[in-house]
Write a protein that binds this ligand. Structure first.
Ligand code: AMP
Ligand code: MG
Length: 495
């Protein structure tokens, strides 16, 4: 393994110097003939990394795991978790290797290579990721960021002709992903499961000190700190769920090892943005029971937080205190969700009947499988004309089958909007209801092209998804409804 000198990056090891209990030094395994598949210039700039990064062979080599940048200290960390509601025991970074943390204008960022080869935690896996899933993770991380939803980021994808064996033979790729921290609920669960209370305490202090400065400042004792941390993670997770539900995002594998303690969207696998609205939609073909169906996500998040609370119990000790911290979810989630939905509707103030207005709309959309993103964007346009009510909303009405029921609903909505400034309302709605989301078929088209060696759609889709509220008239077709064949796309955990 070559070590490459690079004076511009000042690395700190991930997990500080917490030691071997938390992570194991572990070098990436080189891949033959690496190439750039996708690059994120915007993030490169935000991170203050050198402009020549994506044209430089040595960075290509480093991002594909073929060389190690001088000063970086690649590591894989250990965690455990509940998968599909069942305790799965030890998991860990089986195919993700953290190169270390760098100081950036955004703050401390961990850079992780996903698919860079086996680690001590790979179990029976090969430590690799395929081109298909790497492109999906790359695009969706940045799509979420563009939508203003907390997420880990993606700097680039590199590819290689090396074969990877899944349901079929695919080619290998590596995503370089970037996050303030990749610590999961499962990290805490791991140390609780093996009874290592000192490790829980050390991880707690590390996370709070590094990522929750306002909590750190309070100089709390350990018990108070653990409660404060649980409450903070609960709040962030509640807000994240409100974001996901409002935008129509299904994660697909909300196992506790895929839950970020910072409330970031983490580990993009079989995710999907809803096309036709179906509250019970299951995007993961491996999820036969529908545990992670769209409508269940907030409940599952709460269940996962409960697992985190349980893992912190050796420090919190009093069950009542943990329950109180978790209780925050029960009001913060619905309140935030209501607020998001009001904003989507362009309602600037609150009214007691708003929740009912939203629920009735969603029931109707569910019954008629109305396209979720399309509905909201059209509504944002039609609001401008809303003085003549039912007629002005014709283009939205056309999306429904039960049109009389829609007419009843739009009358209620029109009344609610009566005194608002239509220009302002429409403008706000356009900034809330994206024109572009990463529908499954768009990702699929980009992947099909990429498999032929043409990465241009990945790159232009990235650009559009990073600014999803803009019009991008040259890519109008990407704002359209999903084609018939989209319903045949099967996404499973295999990646
Ligand atoms: P996921 O369902 O992707 O969140 O993965 C669950 C666990 O399996 C994590 O510990 C991963 O690191 C591990 N894993 C998934 N795919 C692989 C692979 N190809 N090789 C090694 N470990 C893997
Ligand atoms: Mg995972």
């Amino acid at each position: 393994m070559l070590v490459m000198k690079n004076p511009t990056l000042d690395w700190q090891p991930s997990f500080s110097n917490l030691g071997a209990t938390f992570s194991t030094n572990c070098l990436p395994t080189p891949l033959p003939a690496p190439i750039w598949v996708a690059s994120n210039e915007a993030l490169l700039d935000e991170l203050g990394l050198p402009k020549h990064f994506f044209t430089d062979e040595s960075f290509l080599s480093a991002m594909s795991g073929n060389t190690v940048l001088e000063g970086s200290c690649p590591k894989a960390s250990v965690y455990s978790g509940h998968q599909f509601g069942v305790w799965a025991g030890q998991l860990g970074d089986g195919r993700a290797i953290s190169l270390g943390e760098i100081n950036t204008p955004l703050g401390i960022r961990d850079i992780q290579l996903k698919g860079a080869g086996p680690t001590p935690f790979s179990r029976r896996g090969d430590g690799r990721a395929v081109l298909r899933s790497s492109i999906r993770e790359f695009l969706c991380s940045e799509a979420m960021f563009g939508l203003g939803i907390p997420t880990t980021r993606a700097l680039c994808v590199t590819g290689s002709p090396a074969k990877v064996y899944r349901e079929e033979i695919e080619s290998a790729a590596v995503v370089a992903r970037v996050s303030p921290s990749f610590v999961r609920f499962g990290h805490f669960e791991h140390f609780a499961s093996i009874g290592n209370i000192e490790a829980i305490r050390a991880l707690l202090h590390h996370v709070v000190k590094t990522h929750m400065p306002s909590l750190d400042m309070l100089q709390l004792n350990d018990k108070q700190l653990a409660v404060g941390f649980l409450e903070e993670t609960t709040k962030r997770t509640a807000q994240l769920m409100a974001d996901w539900q409002a935008v129509g995002f299904c994660h697909g594998v909300m196992n506790t090892d895929n839950m970020s303690i910072l409330g970031l969207t983490l580990d993009y696998g079989p995710f999907q943005f809803l096309d036709g609205f179906d509250a019970n939609h299951i995007c993961n073909h491996s999820d036969s029971q529908g545990r992670y169906a769209y409508v269940r996500q907030p409940q599952i998040a709460y269940w996962n937080l409960f697992c985190l609370g349980q893992a912190l119990m050796p420090i919190i000790q009093e069950q009542e205190l943990a329950l109180q911290a978790l209780e925050t979810f029960k009001s913060l989630y619905p309140d935030t969700y209501d607020m998001r939905m009001r904003t989507k509707l362009g309602l600037m103030d609150t009214h007691v009947n708003d929740r009912e207005l939203v629920q009735d709309l969603l029931s109707l959309m569910d019954k008629d499988r109305v396209d979720y993103p399309f509905f909201w964007r059209r509504l944002s346009h039609c609001v401008l004309e809303s003085s003549k009510l039912v007629h002005a909303y014709g283009p939205v009405r056309d999306l429904f089958i039960h049109r009389e029921e829609f007419d009843d609903w739009i009358l209620r909505y029109g009344t609610r909007l009566q005194n608002s400034d239509k220009q302002l309302t429409s403008k706000q709605m356009m900034q809330t209801n994206p024109k572009f989301v990463l529908r499954n078929h768009l990702g699929e088209l980009a992947i099909r092209q990429a498999k032929t060696g043409d990465f241009s759609m990945v790159q232009s889709l990235l650009h559009v998804l990073q600014t999803p509220f803009d019009e991008h008239p040259e890519h109008e077709e990407w704002a359209g409804l999903a084609p018939e064949w989209a319903s045949d796309i099967e996404i499973s955990c295999s990646s």
